[in-house]
Design a protein around this ligand. Sequence first.
Ligand code: PLP
Length: 226
Amino acid sequence: MNVQEKWEIVQQNIEEACLRSARNKEDVKVIAVTKYVSIQRMKEALEAGLDHIGESRAQDALPKAELLGNRGTWHFIGHLQTNKVKDVIEPFSYIHSLDRLSLAKEMNKRAEKLGKTISCFVQVNVSNEETKHGLAFNQVEDFIESLQDLPFIKVVGLMTMAPLVESPEEARPFFRELKQLLVLLQKRNWAHAPLQELSMGMSNDYQVAIEEGATFVRLGSCLVGE
Ligand SMILES: *Cc1c(COP(=O)(O)O)cnc(C)c1O
């Protein structure tokens, strides 16, 4: 299937998930995760009207961004090494994997140099798996608080990767918990952390994530997979 055909199926599924949960489909944005696909496929995605592009490795993403003339809005969704910040800060508008203060400080410094504000998601390890990056639930509030003095960082929301489970239903409690944490933290009314977005849901579980409040879903195989 070409990207356009896959995108039509995904749109149908999003619409149905929104109907089931009384949400507006306009509130769900789709990131086409292109880490495994060719430039040709990326062009197809852009031409199909997909504007948000997700990449997880700096060394793969940078040449692609250049070839595409920086078309699209770029999301860095993988683990980010501090020494790569200087490379990703310009082409990427969103970083989904903020999980430590040293990284935040480096991003703030590099963003200031460019005169831009970088939009970030704080990554949360909802399932407490040792192999996963991200903060534990009880660390998130203090961490966001500690970013207040970094004026070039804006914390737009929380991000998570659900554990690999057999049925997407099993991921539901994790998505629900992340939404609850977001609602709790919104009460802090932080100027530096508007916390309006939830980046959760991938090819195997995005319908459930949407039902639980995702505003950005990150879709690779089901949308642009070859
Ligand atoms: C690869 C990746 C995705 C997309 O995965 P699919 O299962 O192909 O949809 C989403 N989020 C992150 C962080 C990823 O690394």
